[in-house]
Write a protein that binds this ligand. Sequence first.
Ligand code: SF4
Ligand code: SF4
Ligand code: FES
Length: 227
Amino acid sequence: MSDKLVTITVDDKEISAPAGSYLLPVCLENDIYIPNLCYLEGMETPPASCRLCLVEIEGRPGPQVSCRCLIEDGMVVKTNSEEILKLRQIAFRLLVSTNDGSCKSCISNRSCELQQIAKFLHQPLRTKRLRHIDRAYPPLIDDHPYLVYEPKKCLLCGRCVYVCNNIEKGYKLSFAQRGMDTIVSFFGSDLDPASAFCKECFACTEVCPVGSLSSKEKWKAFVDGLK
Ligand code: SF4
Ligand code: SF4
Ligand code: FES
C-alpha cells in the first residue's frame, strides 16, 4: 500500500483510498457491505476461499473476488447486481452443505457471521438445493487443554490458522487431511507444555466466524447453561 490516493466508484459512490488497498476492506470501511468469511484485515495474500465477496468490475471478464482485488484509479465496481447476488447465493449453499444446522445449541447463536450472511443473502442455513454432506468426524474434538473444536460447524475459512501462525506466532494450528476430509488440526494437542501458549491467547477463537472453535472454559459454561 502507498500514500498515494486513488479514486474508485462503487455502486455509484465515489471513494478515495490508498493505492494498493484491497477492494473488500475499502468497501467495508465506506459502509458498502459485501459478505465475506475468509478475509481478515492485514492479510497480505487473502486465501479467497469462501467466494462470497464476488463483485463486478467494469472492463474485467467475469466476477472478481473483492478481497484479492487491488484497487486502481478510475475503477468502477458493482456489488449488488442480480448476477452477483445469484453467484454469492451459490457460494453460500456450497459453504452450508456441511452445516449441521444446530444453531439453537451453538455457542455462537445470534453472534454468528454465517447467520448474518444467510439473512443478507436470503438463504436458509440448511439448504435443500444441495445434498447435505455429513463430514465423518465426531461432533466435538476436545483433546486440546484449552480449546474445543466442532468440526461439523467448521467452514474451513482459515482465519484461525492465519492468526495463529501469522499474528500470534503460536504455530499451533494447521489444516490436516484433504478435500471433504479437511479439518483444523492442533500441534501438540495432547497435554504438551507448548500448548500453554494458548492459555494466554485464544486469538483463534475470536476470529472464528461461527461456533466451531471455542475456549474450553467458555464452552463448558455454555453447555452447563443449556442443561
Ligand atoms: S490459542 Fe493462540 S496459539 Fe493457541 S491455537 Fe489459538 S491462536 Fe494459536
Ligand atoms: S475453526 Fe472457525 S476460523 Fe477456523 S477454519 Fe473453521 S470456521 Fe474458520
Ligand atoms: S472474503 Fe473474499 S473469498 Fe472469502
